[in-house]
Design a protein around this ligand. Structure first.
Ligand SMILES: [Zn+2]
Length: 81
């Protein structure tokens, strides 16, 4: 799946076992909870849109735990490889 983060197109791969994302409908207000664990979102959250207009935001924990990403934007924090 490809998503746009700012001006940068990022390809995200979801890790196996990831719970279903609670996508928000295009005509509903943006959620302030994580679409995966329903925990609080950080001030700057990863927000994803689908081509049908649905959107979802993920907290740092779920981004770290469930998403592998490629491209210029590095959203992983504090992980040494
Ligand atoms: Zn979460």
């Amino acid at each position: 799946m490809s998503f746009t983060k700012g001006d940068t197109k990022v390809t995200l791969n979801f890790r196996p076992g990831m719970p279903a994302i609670a996508w928000g409908r295009a005509d509903s207000p943006p959620r302030c909870l994580c679409a995966v664990c329903h925990g609080p979102l950080p001030e700057v959250a990863l927000r994803m849109w689908r081509s049908n207009g649905e959107s979802a935001a993920l907290c740092d924990y779920c981004v770290e735990k469930w998403i592998e990403h490629r491209g210029r934007a590095r959203i992983e924090k504090g992980r040494s490889e």
